[in-house]
Design a protein around this ligand. Structure first.
Ligand code: NAX
Length: 331
């Protein structure tokens, strides 16, 4: 059996509770791959993490290899093939007597985590390691991590698959078509309320979803707002942020990167811009992506009308502002 090493931070958190079993069940990396888990938590939470480890053992999955729990990112990063960076500090927590509420403070507190993680993964991870940042603010955390990794052969991504899945779910309900029929859903830009879910370029049976729906009022005022605010809708209803659906989206992203993309479609994740679609180089930006011969590439030449370009400009500007706020953390 092939073996791979998967690092997961925030391993005792609620997303990881849904995520970890699916990494070792054979579903994500296939039935012929043994998965060694390298689980990272902050020291006060290591005991709680042990409870999760006991449960993982009790699942008895035959694809489960070794399980390491540690608070040392350097130890965990050794030879990792994948790093799923879920851990982060939530808004509202008090650190050194200061309540972390402002976006700038949150960017700094979490950004600080990603300097060390980026450095550890860049120096100790495999040369072709893939990194998916889930912890918010995901795009800017990935920007900090990638720059501190000092390693251009690894692939850094931030997760927008949950937003794409949310967009597909709304389209499926609206059009009464199954999720599998909806192809090429792009989330442009930041994983934040400025993201732009693109129905012009998404399709059902080769026809544009926005043409099928043919109701710009619904698209602009219901659909867009619902997808952009879905995280809040879930927190209001559940009293906690999305967990099962976030874990599912992380699994989707790993699968999308691990196998070549079928013809006529693409998937969504944020990667470092190479200047495509006029986005400043280096920003970690939500794009349409395809995996071809094991390599992830940005889909080129999608048509964008003025409305879409305006939305993309807003989300680009937000990412530039975030970058400016953490410039001291970027290597
Ligand atoms: P939880 O608070 O349940 O878990 C986070 C865990 O991270 C905690 O156990 C904490 O101890 C740990 N942690 C904090 N600092 C760490 C560090 N330096 N190293 C390792 N672990 C550390 O949050 P959960 O609901 O699991 O959400 C995790 C993150 O995902 C949050 O930032 C959340 O905002 C983000 N999300 C991102 C989504 C996306 O689509 N990109 C959607 C879901 C989710 O909101």
């Amino acid at each position: 059996m092939k073996e791979i090493n998967v690092l997961v931070t925030g391993a005792a958190g609620q997303i990881s509770y849904s995520l970890l079993p699916r990494l070792i069940s054979g579903e994500t990396f296939g039935p012929n791959t043994k998965v060694n888990l390298k689980l990272v938590e902050i020291p006060p939470v290591l005991d709680k993490l042990q409870g999760t480890v006991l449960e993982l053992e009790d699942c008895g999955f035959s694809n489960c290899g070794s399980i390491m729990s540690t608070s040392d990112i350097n130890e965990a990063a050794e030879d990792c093939d994948w790093a799923l960076l879920v851990g982060s500090i939530p808004r509202g927590i008090t650190i050194n007597g200061k309540k972390i509420e402002e976006r700038g403070d949150l960017l700094h507190v979490n950004g600080g985590i990603f300097t060390d993680q980026g450095n550890a993964i860049g120096t100790k991870g495999k040369e072709d390691a893939k990194i998916l940042v889930v912890g918010n603010p995901a795009n800017t955390n990935a920007l900090i991590g990638k720059s501190n990794s000092n390693n251009n052969s690894q692939l850094w991504m931030a997760m927008t698959a949950l937003d794409a899945n949310r967009a597909k779910a709304q389209v499926s309900i609206k059009t009464n078509r199954s999720i599998e029929d909806i192809k090429g859903m792009t989330i442009w830009g930041n994983h934040s309320p400025t993201m732009y879910p693109d129905l012009d370029n998404a399709s059902i049976n080769g026809k544009s979803v926005s043409e099928i729906i043919n109701d710009s009022n619904w698209i602009e005022n219901d659909f867009l707002v619902r997808v952009q605010q879905r995280g809040k809708e879930i927190i209001d209803a559940r009293g906690a942020s999305s967990a099962a659906s976030a874990a599912n989206a992380a699994i989707d992203t790993v699968k999308n990167v691990e196998s070549d993309t079928e013809e006529g479609t693409w998937f969504s994740a944020a990667v470092a811009s190479d200047g495509s679609y006029g986005v400043p180089e280096g920003l970690i930006f939500g794009y349409p992506l395809r995996t071809e011969n094991g390599k992830v590439e940005i889909v080129q030449d999608l048509e964008l009308n003025d409305y879409a370009k305006g939305k993309i400009e807003i989300t680009t500007n937000e990412l530039l502002e975030e970058k400016e706020e953490v410039k001291d953390l970027i290597a």
